[in-house]
Design a protein around this ligand. Structure first.
Ligand SMILES: [Fe+2]
Length: 225
């Protein structure tokens, strides 16, 4: 297996499919790409995540507004599909930041069940963050913004459409299944409350050009498994 392909079963999948290009999304610091070969890895990856969500030491649930159930450390899942999508996240970082190295500080899945949401936050310890949508979940006929990812940051012009520096308009980059987004980790973002029956599943990576000292998760420093 080369660095350019990853073997899924008997099939070699290109880490970066030919003719695949990211585009600027609303702001020059945010880029988006949509992969079209998702049937090659989504079913097994979703099944893996739902298995880990059931009962696994990597599973963590904090409180309702803490972005659903988190399953950290994709590199520990023993999943070739997780390896592929991580390779894509790292390749996107290298392309957008025009650099040679991309070191993942922390990666995780988020599984949103009905009622879950994510309070506004930035990501620590990283230059850029990548989010990937595995399943956007069910549409809510009563709430077109339900379960949607958006930026709510006064540093983004898109968010300040009435007065510079005043955040009045959430910016929705659009996150369908297969969409990968990269943005500066400090940008404040949120996920609106989700009300669907099907789990809404995303993946995230915090990435730097070089490795940082110390554990990315405080729990990893102690005895908490
Ligand atoms: Fe986040």
């Amino acid at each position: 297996m080369s660095d350019d392909t990853i073997l899924l079963g008997m099939k070699a999948i290109e880490v970066w499919p030919k003719d695949c290009q990211s585009e600027i999304c609303g702001d020059s610091t945010i880029h988006r790409i949509t992969f079209t070969d998702t049937r090659e890895y989504h079913p097994r990856l979703v099944a893996k995540i739902l298995e880990l969500e059931e009962n696994h030491r990597l599973r963590r649930r904090y409180f309702r507004g803490a972005c659903g159930t988190k399953i950290h450390h994709l590199e520990k899942w023993a999943s070739t599909e997780a390896e592929l999508i991580t390779a894509r996240a790292r390749a996107l970082f290298r392309k957008v930041l025009e650099c040679e190295h991309a070191v993942v500080d922390l990666s995780w899945a988020n599984v949103y069940r009905a009622g879950d949401y994510c309070l506004p936050h930035s990501h620590l310890r990283s230059t850029a963050s990548v989010v990937y949508c595995l399943d956007a979940g069910d549409e809510d006929p009563d709430d077109s913004q339900g379960g949607r990812f958006c930026f709510v940051d006064p540093r983004l012009r898109n968010c300040c459409q009435h007065q510079e520096g005043c955040m009045t308009t959430p910016f929705y980059p659009g996150m369908a299944a297969g969409t990968m987004l990269i943005f500066p980790s400090q940008l404040v973002h949120t996920v609106n409350p989700y009300a669907g029956a099907r789990p809404r599943i995303t993946l995230s990576w915090n990435i730097n050009k070089h490795a940082l000292p110390g554990p990315a998760l405080p729990a990893d420093a102690g005895s908490d498994p």
